[in-house]
Structure formats: structure tokens, C-alpha cells
Design a protein around this ligand. Structure first.
Ligand code: UD1
Length: 418
């Protein structure tokens, strides 16, 4: 297992290019199950989660061709509809295979994704929607066995907006008989990216950018060519990194319109931000002001940036209240930040952060993907020694070349074997 070591204190300077979005690439690759022929996906990031979904789909008989950041996918020879537990347990997003497998074959046997460090993360809303579309399901040996002759359109209301739930049902609905309406659907940019891909395959979908998506099922789809959107969470992580190190950086290949809530909060914290097309320039302030945040579904403040923003607030002037409303157990980074001298008090879904003048270097343990990123940011800010972030395999699930990108921005950071 690897660890990352950081000697903090250098203000970041220079330019960084953002990779393709993990959370858009995963459903896009899953969507290639919907029809045969070679699909061509550009801007697919090199990440552990992408390797995992490819391994699972390879076991189903799907063929892949990697071509310099592009991925070609062909499901002509699909020969299984069962996803193995050993692979699924490492990545919850494997549930994204359920909708397309049912749409293509009317059958799927998917290992239930296990618990997750950031909460219970149930899939009841995925299953309820599929049941409304005529799918029969039963649980056996930890696997969901699902079957339907041909999916039928349905009017579906999600109790709470679910990102992968919305994606799964969109994929199930594109070739269903009749019309499917998804109400209270998630509106994350990754949903829009999937809509664009499905449309390139020939799907009939309306409701872009809204919480009501209407899909008219069609008989057949065709293979598509699609470019994955830039990763807004990676871009946001670099914006917070620039602010926490009081640096001055340019972020290229990103979509500022996907980062509105973060931009507003970082400006309130004192950062100077300019956006130009697909580029953001950001300069951290001498004094970081404290700001309250509350995570909510898009376009609100993303839960996937909460941990990183908390690291920033640890060295802000004054008190900051951080409310997590999306996941119930997403403060596991707090105990590690405290090892670096942070003053944080948790009360249910709220964390009260009392800004300190500095964070102190320390050995810390990464616990989930975004928590790992928050510890790297804290390490970049902590002066006077080495911060060692252990168990960084979580980081490799979701950040492409992270330490290399930070090194290019002037950080003293490297990876070592444990
Ligand atoms: C996706 C993202 C993840 C992000 C999250 C919220 C991917 C691969 N992952 O996860 O990075 O943190 O959105 O933006 O895109 N819920 C239910 N029942 C369900 C489904 C969800 O109660 O059937 C609840 C969850 O427990 C959570 C909320 O809905 O409280 C939102 O979860 P959801 O949007 O589904 O998260 P994911 O799609 O798993």
C-alpha cells in the first residue's frame, strides 16, 4: 500500500489541467451495455474505479480498447448478466450496471453493494423505480436477481434526488415500452452528460437541467461517440488547494458553471476568482475568512467538496458551521484533521470549526475518497514538517495523477510504499 508525504507551506503557483469526471465516466461506460457496436468515449480518466468497472464488464463479455485517454467499448459478445461480489464490493457505483443490463437482456444478477464509510447509502429508490417498470426482484446470497420481459414506462417519484438512481433509471427507460417520467430527479452535471450520451445513441429524452426527466422508449439504439465532462470535484479540490496555500493558480479544462456554489463560498472566504470560458484563475487571500456551508444536491454545495472545504475552514479567521445534509456519516475526516491541530466539534450532522492560525504536520489515515483529499489539502497548508497520509488507495479511486499535478504547482509532495 502507498502513502503520500507532504512538506506543506508552499503557495501553489502555475497551471493545472482537469481530467474527465469519474462520476460521469462510470455511467457512460455502463451505458455502453445498452447496445452493441463500438462506442467511443473521450476524456476518460485513468482511475481505479474505471479499472474496476472495466473488470466487471469484461467478466460480462464486454470488450475494451484503450486509446490515449479514449476508451472504446463493445458489448456485442455479452455472455453473462451476473456481476461478481469480489469486484462490486470495492465500488458502490457497480449498481449502475443494473438498469442497462435489464434494458438489454431483461435479466440481471447484481451483487448488492456493501456498506460504505460515508453512510448506509441504500439503493431502495433504484429498486422501487425498477419495480414500477415491471421488474421482478428477489434477493439470494447477497445478490439481487432481477427480471422483466420488457421494461415498461412508468411515472416515478424519487423521495430524495439520487444521482446514480436517476442515471440507472434513465438507462433502463430509454428502450422501455412507452413513456417514463422521473420526478424529483437529480440535476447534477453528470446526469446531463449521460443525457447527452444517451441522445447520441438515439434516445428520446426531455427535461435537461430540470428535476423532471421525460423519456420516450424507442426500439433500438446505436453506438455513440461522446466526450466526458471535466471533473468538477477535482477542479473544486484544486480551487480550495489554491486558497488554503494562499497560492495563485490557473485551472484549465473545467466548467465554471458547474462550480457556482463553491465559487461563491470561496469568494466569501476572500479568494479572488476569475472565470474565462473553460478556465478559472484563483488567488488565495492573506487572511481566510470563515464561511458557513450546507451541502445539498446540485446546484447547492456538493457533499463531495465538504471535507476539503472543512480543511480550509480549519485555518480561517473565526467560526464556521458546516452542515452535511446529503450523507449521514460524512465527518470521518474530522478525527484525522484534529490530529493536525484542528478544533472541530461535531453535533449530529453539523460540525463547528474554530479556525486556528495553522495546521500542524502529522501522520494521518485516509478513510474515504474525499476525506483523503481533505487530508492532502491540510498537509499542503501544514508547515514545519512532514504530513504522511496513509491508505491513499481511496485517492487513486477518484483523482488522476493528483500528487504529480500538485508537484507541478510547486508543492513538495511524493508517494512512497508503506
Ligand atoms: C453519487 C456520487 C457521489 C456523491 C453523491 C451525492 C457517483 C458514482 N457517486 O453517489 O460521489 O457523493 O452522488 O452527490 O456518481 N438514497 C436513498 N436511497 C437510494 C439512493 C440514495 O435513500 O436508493 C439517499 C442516499 O443515502 C443519500 C442521498 O440519497 O442520502 C443521495 O445519494 P445518491 O445521490 O444516490 O448518491 P450516489 O448516487 O450513491
Amino acid at each position: 500500500m502507498d502513502k503520500i508525504i507532504i512538506e506543506g507551506g508552499n503557495p501553489l503557483k502555475g497551471t493545472v489541467k482537469i481530467s474527465g469526471a469519474k462520476n460521469a465516466a462510470l455511467p457512460a461506460i455502463a451505458a455502453c451495455l445498452l447496445t452493441g457496436g463500438w462506442h467511443h468515449l473521450d476524456n476518460v480518466p485513468h482511475l481505479k474505479d474505471i479499472v474496476t468497472i472495466k473488470s466487471i464488464m469484461s467478466k460480462l463479455g464486454v470488450a475494451f480498447r484503450d486509446k490515449k485517454g479514449s476508451l472504446e467499448v463493445n458489448s456485442d459478445n455479452l455472455n453473462s448478466y451476473e456481476t461478481p461480489y469480489e469486484l462490486v464490493k470495492t465500488m458502490r457505483a457497480s449498481i449502475l450496471l443494473l438498469g442497462p443490463l435489464l434494458a438489454r437482456y431483461g435479466k440481471a444478477r447484481i451483487s448488492l453493494p456493501g456498506g460504505c464509510a460515508i453512510g448506509a447509502r441504500p439503493i431502495n429508490l433504484h429498486l422501487k423505480a425498477l419495480s414500477a417498470m415491471g421488474v421482478e426482484m428477489f434477493l439470494d446470497q447477497g445478490y439481487i436477481n432481477a427480471q422483466a420481459d420488457r421494461l415498461k414506462g412508468a411515472d416515478i417519484f424519487f423521495d430524495t434526488p439520487t444521482v446514480t438512481g436517476t442515471e440507472n433509471i434513465m438507462m433502463a427507460a430509454v428502450t422501455a415500452r412507452g413513456q417514463t417520467t422521473l420526478r424529483n430527479a437529480a440535476r447534477e452535471p453528470e446526469i446531463q452528460d449521460l443525457i447527452n450520451l444517451l441522445r447520441s445513441m438515439g434516445a428520446d429524452i426531455k427535461g435537461d437541467g430540470t428535476d423532471t426527466i421525460v423519456i420516450n422508449g424507442i426500439e433500438s439504439l446505436r453506438p455513440a461517440r461522446h466526450t466526458i465532462i471535466p471533473d468538477r470535484i477535482e477542479a473544486g479540490t484544486f480551487m480550495i488547494a489554491a486558497t488554503i496555500t494562499r497560492g495563485d493558480i490557473e485551472i484549465e479544462s473545467c466548467r465554471p458553471q458547474h462550480l457556482g456554489a463553491l465559487i461563491e463560498k470561496l469568494e466569501s472566504a476572500g479568494a479572488a476568482i476569475k472565470t474565462m470560458g473553460e478556465c478559472i484563475s484563483i488567488k488565495g487571500p492573506d487572511t481566510i475568512e470563515s464561511v458557513d456551508i450546507r451541502t445539498t444536491p446540485f446546484p447547492g454545495f456538493p457533499t463531495d467538496l465538504q471535507a476539503q472545504f472543512m480543511s480550509l475552514m480549519c485555518i480561517a479567521k473565526g467560526w464556521s458551521m458546516i452542515r452535511e445534509t446529503v450523507f449521514e456519516n460524512r465527518f470521518i475526516h474530522v478525527s484525522e484533521l484534529k490530529r493536525m491541530g484542528a478544533d472541530i466539534e461535531i453535533n449530529g450532522s453539523q460540525a463547528l470549526v474554530k479556525g486556528k492560525e495553522r495546521l500542524l504536520p502529522a501522520p494521518v489515515m485516509a478513510t474515504d475518497l474525499r476525506a483523503s483529499a481533505s487530508l492532502i489539502l491540510a498537509g499542503l497548508a501544514a508547515e514545519g514538517g512532514k504530513t504522511e497520509v496513509h491508505r491513499i488507495y481511496h485517492l487513486d479511486r477518484g483523482y488522476e495523477f493528483l500528487e504529480k499535478k500538485f508537484k507541478n504547482l510547486g508543492a513538495t509532495i511524493w508517494r512512497e510504499k508503506e
